[in-house]
Design a protein around this ligand. Structure first.
Ligand code: HEC
Ligand code: HEC
Ligand code: HEC
Ligand code: HEC
Length: 130
């Protein structure tokens, strides 16, 4: 009797552990210091980004997206490979929209755009560049 209960409990723990492992998407680091490495300014200007704080109220697809073979933006879909902004947003990668060709410009458009729309979050330089 005891033995059976122990075995069941063990099996249940395994089952729960397995499902949460399969379902938990990689959410990335909780806090990120963003710094351009390509097209970088002569003087580095890192930006603080509280990732987890944003994840608490926003959807992954509010910020993340992908690119298709023709170079067009594709919306985020669950399970999509998430890459660094700079992988696509750098001058050599040839983004057609010149307004978001660099990491700096893509980030300023995305970050400040949302902060302005929602009237929340910093829009002044030192709010992100501490
Ligand atoms: C407010 C915007 C925003 C939201 C919402 C957001 N992220 Fe991110 N995430 C970022 C930025 C910016 C980075 C840093 C990218 C870089 O280093 O270029 C990042 C980085 C990551 C990384 C690490 C990528 C790498 O290669 O370094 C993962 C994984 C990730 N996010 C997953 C998620 C998931 C899953 C969600 C939804 C639960 C999510 N993010 C929601 C903006 C966001
Ligand atoms: C896999 C490649 C890829 C990655 C990674 C990527 N982007 Fe993009 N992004 C694109 C493409 C392609 C476009 C469309 C550009 C065009 O119209 O020429 C785009 C457009 C944009 C735009 C303008 C349109 C819009 O959606 O507002 C912004 C802003 C932007 N990206 C920000 C980001 C940020 C911030 C990150 C990192 C969190 C990121 N991108 C990661 C490929 C990528
Ligand atoms: C889609 C909307 C959205 C995007 C995109 C976004 N933010 Fe925010 N951000 C917010 C909101 C909303 C808040 C206010 C959250 C709060 O005060 O609880 C915020 C707050 C912040 C704060 C202040 C956090 C604090 O503890 O006071 C920083 C710093 C910040 N954002 C940086 C960034 C950076 C850097 C990016 C781009 C990589 C970015 N955000 C992109 C919506 C966004
Ligand atoms: C909402 C957050 C946010 C605000 C506000 C903001 N920036 Fe940024 N900025 C970023 C992010 C994210 C990057 C890309 C990562 C990095 O710092 O290299 C960036 C990049 C830069 C770069 C390139 C840095 C480098 O190392 O190549 C410069 C220069 C810059 N910003 C200047 C400014 C100035 C000046 C202001 C105010 C007028 C400002 N930023 C406001 C988030 C912000």
């Amino acid at each position: 009797m005891m033995k059976k209960t122990v075995i069941y409990a063990f099996a249940l723990t395994l089952a729960i552990g397995f499902t949460t492992n399969v379902m938990a998407a990689d959410k990335g680091p909780a806090d990120i210091t963003l710094q351009a490495t390509k097209d970088a300014a002569p003087k580095p200007k890192p930006a603080a980004f509280p990732h987890a704080k944003h994840q608490a109220t926003l959807a992954c697809g509010d910020c993340h997206h992908g690119k298709d073979a023709a170079g067009k933006q594709v919306p985020y879909a669950e399970g999509q490979k998430i890459e660094k902004c700079e992988t696509c947003h750098n001058k050599a990668a040839g983004i057609t929209n010149a307004k978001v060709a660099t990491f700096k410009d893509a980030a300023h458009t995305k970050c400040q755009g949302c902060h302005k729309d929602k009237k929340a979050g910093p829009t002044k330089c030192d709010g992100c560049h501490k």
